[in-house]
Unconditional design. Sequence first.
Lengths: 696, 114
Amino acid sequence: MVFFGLNRHFVRTKAITRLLFTVGVITWLALVFTDLSILFSSVNSIKPDVPIWLPGVILNLFILSLFYYYKLKIEMDEVLNFVDLLWRVFATGLIATVTSLALRLVEFLLNDTKLTTHIVFKDLIYLINLGLMLGFLMMAFSAWKRLILYQKSKWLLRLWAFFEFGLLVTLIYNSFKFPLVEWLYGTLLGIFVVVGLVLSGNMKWVAFLNFRQKWTSLLLLLLTVFYLLYIFYTNSASMESIGNDSPYLTDYRHHIFILSLIIFVTVYSIFSFLVILFNLPTTSVFEQKLEEVVNFQRISQSIQTEQSEESVYNILLETSVSSVFADAAWLEINSNAHEQKLFTYKITDKESHDIINHLNTHHIKGVFDQGSEKTKNLSKHLATLKGSRFRSILAFPIYVKGGNIGTLALLKELPEGFNKEMTKIVSTFSNQAGISIENFRLMEEALQNERYKEELKIAKMVQKSLLPTLLEQDKDFEIAAFSESADEVGGDYYDTLRINDNLVSIIVADVSGKGTTAAFHMSQMKGIFHSLGQRDIEPDNFMIQANQALVYCLERGSFISATYFIINTQLKKIRYARAGHCPVLYYTAEKQNLEYFKDKGVALGMVRNRSYSNFIQAYEFEYKPGDLMVLYTDGITEAKDNKGEEFGYDRLLSTVKEVRSLPAKQVQDHLISKLYEFSGTDIIDDDYTTMIVKFN
Amino acid sequence: MIHIKRLQEDGADIIALIGEIDASSSIELDLAIAKSVGEGFIKILVDCSALEYISSAGLGVFMSYIEEFKDRNIKMVLFGMSDKVANTFSILGLNELLQIGKDKVQAKKIVNEL
């Protein structure tokens, strides 16, 4: 809808301009007709058919139509740039001048014939020239208006409105030949000339021209001024020659509007010409500033678009070099405490190292002094370096999160080549680069985090799949197991294996550490259990061999705690070894006694040589129907409530005591529900794993 | 959170652990011990009297130095543990691999006898 609305508006404006153009042509023809008829009458001393004030009114109507025609035409064209505007004015001037010259040629060719000396012919020529001049003036007026109001303030807008409106009002004044009051006329003209002069002071647009545009503008303005002067001259000359013969002539010389316009347009053209001329030498400075802004933007945006920190560094190098006209630059980034990475621009690595070494060996403080916050201009120190083409150096520290990550050094072949201004610019750049790099690192971190989370998800899946879905059952015992892992995956593992009709092996283990490595070690433990646990092997032997196998894959500081059992249903005996795992909680139904086993054993991976056999031993006990064995991992005993208190061994014992005579599954359910009740939250920070064996 | 203080007494480096050692703070413990070793101490006493909790990662740090210390003849004695912390050490069997004294006096005696 908006689009159609705009389109309609555009079409309407176009129609109006056409209408105004037609009105302009008609009024001009009317002006010629009335003026000539009055002149003709006066020459022939007959009373004219038309009132003598009519040509004046028609002239003003002509002016009015021109005024609105150009106003609409210029305002409609929103994409016009400054040079385009000047070009339009120039072109209008050219047409006016060429036409006027052509008339002159006609006059010249008809030289001395009766026609050329006839006042009516002269008047016709004059009227054509007047029309051309007014067209040219109105065009220039509209164009200058746009230039003046390019950067507008309230005050400027008001002044312009006064100027424009005032000028239009004078048209009324001029339409009716009020008795010419000399002082009023003088005052009005004076006011408009002064306002025009004040408005002519607005030349801000000049600053936005680049060097090339300035040259073009100078040429266009110069020619425009020439055209103006030529047309003024032509008009005033013909006025001179006719004016004396006819008192009724439409004389523009007393027309406030036209006079004000002539003065304003000429003054502004000349002013613009001069201002551009004087601005030429400083153009490069302005262009430079503009480039700085663009460069600055590039650095800020590089964070969103660039793939790596390197690109940010390279952009920093490029922009700072181009901003201060440096000849070369390097960027030294401390990737860690001992290693520096060098990024260079228009300088070889060797050259930069030479300079760095030179400054270091001469103990010149401050250049690459990481503690120094100030940027330093160290030109004089390079003078002592032979064989280097550079004579000026400027060094800046780059900070990320308050820490110095590197140094930016700019080089020039000229001695004392950097001024204060440049120092400021590049220090701003390096600050911005610091921010960009910081943002970049934050983003990387976020990505890394995301990747880590994804990894954890996989680890959790792996861990879940490593736990058995089915546990060995026997007429002698029943087993229930439960494992719930925290967000951060731990490495709790339990499993059962039947060796033969009478023997069943059971393991419960806890891998130290969390995440993928824990899941990985857990799978190793499973592998060990499934290979060693197949045979009837002594539990302590199992641990010794497992330890030997794990020594080569557990990294420094990692270990696995485990308890391994072999249940012999024929002898009703259990042999086991505990390698640093949580002590077994055992209920003896016969004695109604619930207690933790007191035994010894070092966790797997802690002793990484054959002497491990000294730190592990096997134990044996008999089981009877009704007995209960509770296996668990430290996630249970270390579960905390909201006050930070641990669930602990005592609470575990008393909780089991409450349900000691129930079946395994019910013991487990009770324990787990008590545990969640205790911690008061569903979010656990370690794995909860239990394995309950109930003997029948 | 862990706060680690170091002070030297009779040629021994005393590392005092204040607070809790979990997976993240165990790195600080590792750094403190490594620093002490790096500075050339061969008698290291670890004051655990203000240690409230130690996770398996923290225990792993102690464990990881056992063999290195044996090879380089560096003596490390832990002392002043609360019952709870001592229990964590003994469940894993670390009490058999590490020297643990009751208090500083006893710890010094052990370190000098070794």
